[in-house]
Ligand binder design. Structure first.
Ligand code: ATP
Ligand code: MG
Length: 441
């Protein structure tokens, strides 16, 4: 968040006040300000009714984002701001949408309808923080606590169950005991929440600093939306490589990869097929033959059911499928993999392998050295712009057509040439490659 956005928010408040209304910054921004953390955007709340807000900003582009909920978006000096009228939400029949929205003229009412105390602190540039529900104290003690009766609040809107876990992970806060009890009691309500919203919260949760703790502590709750987690808990892999049960291994790997949604998803799902693939040999050692394929299949199903976007789904499935195929630090091997996966997926795969390794028993952590060697080699290959894709091959399909190749022969010949080049059996030069083809036949 840059200072310019803050200055603009202050001006918006001033505009509303000049028109006889009041307005505050509320929610994520005051919370993150007190935590001295980067914030996303600034949400504003006001006693002006949506129509009145629109009138105050008649010279600006105003979008009616959610008039029913009292939200208008004002494009102010190039930045969009959501301005929401104070409101009181009443109970909900579907546990997701309030039955009716009543606007209010009181800031306290608006704070009271918010989910957690730390998310209900208002901030005014002249008056400072306004905190009706002990949010600052909870921030200080690093606690997520519902406003009002936790059970009622989760009944009203079951997404809050997942939001509680999300904020616990992202802020690395503990959940207050009464709120925690209600989470467990009401967890089944999560089934009624739209998959898109669940997925959006999950991605944020996974990228939080506290993800390992949250996955381990709230497995039963998360299993309502990620059913594959439950059988992983307490699953002994009977393997010298593993000193943690399958869930603890998975949670460790997830916490040890960069906090980008698809990487964290790949780590979370990389072994979900293991319980289905378990076998014990005569020495009592556990094996999981083909678990990467099974995990990829389950990851695909799960991500489809969560309505994940195609790009995320395909990449996560690819990473899961390949996470267990070692890459030797040899040029030909590295080039072949780079070619097969493309540079971006290749480095993501290395990141997954590294996280997986760091979640093994400590004496195997040294294996990351080989991954480092592979990574350095791959970066060198890319820097040298060594040929590793059909695009950069000195011969193309037209050349082969001219030589009389047809249909599938063309693709096969190109692949053979690419292999020859990446393995240094032929230089990437047209004449030489055509000669190479001649010699082959
Ligand atoms: P961030 O934007 O950093 O993810 P945030 O606190 O701004 O965090 P949002 O989801 O953007 O979270 O919501 C903005 C504010 O709206 C919250 O701080 C909270 O006060 C309120 N809020 C959002 N969703 C709910 C909900 N389901 N129930 C009650 N209050 C909510
Ligand atoms: Mg926000």
């Amino acid at each position: 968040m840059n200072n310019a956005v803050f200055e603009k928010a202050k001006k918006i408040i001033a505009v509303l006040e000049q028109n006889g209304f009041e307005a505050y910054m509320i929610g994520g921004f005051p919370r993150d300000l007190l935590l001295q953390k980067e914030s996303g955007d600034i949400d504003l709340t006001t006693n002006a009714l949506p129509e009145e807000t629109k009138r105050c900003f008649s010279g600006y582009r105003v979008v009616e984002t959610g008039l029913r909920h009292g939200t208008v978006t004002v494009l102010f000096e190039g930045t969009p701001f959501e301005i929401t009228t104070y409101r009181v939400d009443s109970a909900s029949a579907d546990h997701r949408h309030p039955d009716s929205v009543r606007f209010s003229r009181s800031l306290r009412d608006d704070a009271a309808r918010r989910d957690f105390t730390v998310n209900a602190i208002a901030y005014h540039p002249d008056r400072g923080f306004l905190d009706f529900f002990g949010g600052q104290e909870d921030l200080q003690n690093r606690i997520i606590r519902c406003i009002g009766s936790p059970e009622d609040r989760f009944e009203e809107d079951a997404l809050r169950i997942l939001r509680a876990l999300r904020f616990s992970s992202v802020l690395n806060f503990e959940i207050e005991p009464e709120t925690e009890k209600a989470l467990c009691k009401k967890k089944e309500l999560l089934r009624g929440v739209s998959r898109e919203r669940v997925f959006a919260e999950l991605k944020k949760l996974l990228c939080g600093e506290g993800v390992e703790r949250v996955l381990l502590r709230y497995t039963e709750i998360l299993s309502v939306v990620l059913p594959q987690l439950a059988p992983m808990k307490g699953f002994d892999q009977k393997s010298p490589y593993h000193c943690f049960d399958l869930l603890a291994h998975t949670a460790r790997a997830t916490a040890r990869i960069a906090p980008a949604p698809r990487l964290r998803l790949a780590a979370l799902l990389h072994d979900i097929g293991k319980p289905d693939c378990f076998s014990l040999d005569e020495n009592g050692i556990g094996h999981f033959y083909g678990h990467y394929e099974k995990s990829a299949e389950l990851a695909e199903k799960l991500l489809s059911s969560l309505k994940a976007d195609r790009e995320t789904k395909e990449r996560v499935v690819l990473l899961v499928r390949h996470h267990d195929s070692p890459i030797e630090p040899r040029e030909a091997v590295v080039k072949r993999r780079l070619r097969k996966l493309g540079g971006e997926a290749f480095f993501e795969l290395l990141a997954l392998m590294r996280a997986d390794t760091l979640a093994l028993a400590p004496k195997y952590h040294g294996r990351t050295e080989e991954l480092d060697a592979v990574e350095a080699m791959a970066r060198e290959i890319l820097a040298r712009e060594d040929c590793f894709s059909l695009k950069s091959l000195a011969v193309n399909g037209d050349d082969l057509l001219a030589l009389g190749y047809r249909g599938k022969e063309i693709g096969a010949a190109l692949e053979a040439l690419l292999d020859a080049v990446t393995e240094n059996r032929a230089p990437n030069e047209k004449e030489a490659l055509l000669r190479y083809l001649d010699d082959r036949t």
